[in-house]
Write a protein that binds this ligand. Structure first.
Ligand SMILES: CC(C)(COP(=O)(O)OP(=O)(O)OC[C@H]1O[C@@H](n2cnc3c(N)ncnc32)[C@H](O)[C@@H]1OP(=O)(O)O)[C@@H](O)C(=O)NCCC(=O)NCCS
Length: 154
């Protein structure tokens, strides 16, 4: 396979089941409400989001999702079929998403990198580092109970 065999294009709702399959094969399909087909299709319909797929011989073999909030670009999910990793697909997806974000006005792009320390199977820090991404002293935090949060009193 050479880079000219890889076609990067915008994702369409019809790609969602294959995107889920790739996430599952990389053990980072975490929750259907967040990572499932309906969510992916909804993300694709929002104009500031950038969801790209990498196609080889007409089959989707990798994807990246991200967004531009008007000030920052952020990548959320990235996955390449395990049988085709380390062949440049991930690099092409990141570079094309960066090109699109730059066109939207972004001056930086951030992400939360899996590093295996949270019990997840993937450690992609080396991939991001090779592309020039730098670690910054920040921790990703999340609230899992929206009902509790929206009713919370001081
Ligand atoms: C991380 C991932 C998206 C990279 O995609 P890819 O197509 O394999 O990446 P590339 O082939 O463009 O890699 C470019 C370079 O990055 C580095 N690299 C790639 N994957 C790496 C990894 N898992 N760990 C360390 N370095 C890595 C290598 O130096 C590689 O170049 P080399 O193969 O010539 O040494 C892919 O491995 C993947 O889907 N992993 C499982 C899911 C995951 O971790 N997603 C990211 C969560 S933040």
């Amino acid at each position: 396979m050479t880079p000219s065999d890889i076609r990067i294009r915008r994702a369409a709702p019809v790609d969602a089941p294959r995107m889920v399959e790739i996430m599952e094969s990389n053990h980072h399909f975490y929750h259907p409400v967040v990572d499932g087909c309906e969510s992916l299709a909804r993300q694709m319909s929002m104009p500031h989001n950038v969801l790209l797929v990498a196609e080889i011989d007409g089959k989707v073999q990798g994807f990246v999702t991200g967004t531009w909030d008007g000030a920052r670009a952020f990548l959320f999910k990235m996955s390449v079929d395990p049988t085709l990793q380390r062949q440049g697909i991930g690099t092409m997806l990141v570079k094309e998403s960066a090109r699109i974000f730059k066109g939207m006005g972004a001056v930086t792009v951030g992400l939360s990198a899996a590093d295996g320390t949270g019990g997840e199977q993937n450690n992609a820090v080396g991939f991001w580092a090779k592309l020039g991404f730098e670690l910054i002293p920040a921790r990703l935090m999340i609230h899992f109970d929206m009902d509790e949060l929206t009713e919370a009193k001081k």
